[in-house]
Design a protein around this ligand. Sequence first.
Ligand code: FES
Ligand SMILES: [Fe+2]
Length: 388
Amino acid sequence: MESSEYFVDEALLQRVPKWRNYYAAKLGFRNHWYPVRLSSELGEGQVIAATLCGVELLLKRVDGVVFALRDRCIHRGVKFSDKVECYTRDTITCWYHGFTYRWGDGVLTDILASPSSKAIGKRKVDSYPVEEAKGLIFVYMGDQGATPQPLSEDVPPGFLDDDMVIHSARYDVGSNWRVGAENGFDGLHVYIHRTSPLLASTQRSLPIGHATESGKIFLQEEDGKPKGVLDPFEHHVSLWEGKIGGEVVVKGTKRMTGNNPNRTTGASMWLPGCLRVDNFPDEGLFIYEWYVPETADTHNYVITIGKRLTSEADKAAFEHEFWSRWKPISFEGFNNQDIEARVGLQKFYKDDVAWLDEGLIEGDAPLIAWRELCHRHNRGVQKPEDVR
Ligand code: FES
Ligand SMILES: [Fe+2]
């Protein structure tokens, strides 16, 4: 793909002044933390590739610590991943002329085919800060040498809490990350989930739609905290029947606990692209899911499910439940419907002009609030020079 395909034309950006930066962020935001792989995908001494915000990376775990380097030799630009050579634990050697870099900081420590070169010790390949938390490997897609913002400002509230036990899975999706994020946070798309097997499994309610009363969205924009748009469902007017000309053609699923339908209580969307859903897929559970930018047309869909637990017995039971129930029925019996929707959306939104042609309605207001929040609070847009 040509690098120009990654970026939106300047004239188009001017047409959406309040969310211009979001529109421009086809490859995501810079100077933010993103989960790129599950910790379980990278064993000790292993090397794996990942793409983040258009940048190809290589990850290695050394003595338990994960490092990330750009997967491109500074000499003639070949990819290390074409033939990984690690002669020592903490270096990687380019297979072409033996340029050897330190995993910890990317510094060129040796050149096997030219050991007296003046470049040794002076030049480096780009390296990126890494943190592991809750079984995810987070990479900071930041400027070289910059001190990263704390991870806690780039994840939804609650995610890092000590008692929040997290299990996760990861899926590759054929849509831009913004299409993924907006599918997740879209209150009206609950319509597509009416056929999910999750509903019978959990005995939960699921309306076929709901109107958000305007003004009931909340923004979290305080300094030093995660930035997000909150859509608490207590303000939603749920719709349980879909009608055409007054005739009911589709029904939602309504199950009552006392006087209330037993349902999800809220959704919120957080920079740089993580949805939190409360009391879903069942009471006492939280979904935190990331739409991690890879290329202009793909994102890395990292879904996690969390539960507040302290005892070891409860944690073991939750782990069993994750593998036997939540992964197959929720991730792969509910979120798979979202993946299909995103692939459908991408056919339209892959064209930059489409973002100006969409016909949104009142219930889409949270999506606009999300775009505008991103515009105001992102720490930088991934630019052509960042992926060149
Ligand atoms: S291209 Fe990597 S050492 Fe020459
Ligand atoms: Fe969904």
